[in-house]
Design a protein around this ligand. Structure first.
Ligand SMILES: [Zn+2]
Length: 95
């Protein structure tokens, strides 16, 4: 069974939405089944590591902790999106 044949329920109007859709076709509500959460998590991690490396390599001396914090925050946001998607897909059912 392919991913596109699975549907989840819209939390706004209750309509069946394909797991591949990012918006409800019925009411246009956003659904968080987008797969880029993991990409965001990796990006945030790279930003955080970049600031850590930049600091210890002597490029970034001021406010590098803020950069690390921002990177970690982005990473956590991405991780959360990925987790929501996983939960949604776990609740998906055949159309
Ligand atoms: Zn809807």
């Amino acid at each position: 069974m392919s991913d596109s044949e699975m549907v989840v329920e819209c939390r706004n109007c209750g309509e069946d939405i394909p797991t591949t859709a990012t918006r409800c076709p019925q009411c246009d509500a956003r659904v968080t089944t987008t797969p880029w959460g993991i990409g965001l998590a990796v990006f945030g991690l790279l930003v955080a590591l970049g600031f850590v490396y930049g600091h210890f390599a002597g490029y970034i001396l001021d406010n590098w902790q803020a950069g690390v914090a921002a990177g970690v925050f982005i990473s956590l946001m991405g991780g959360r999106l990925y987790w929501i998607r996983r939960q949604k897909l776990a609740n998906a059912r055949p159309r």
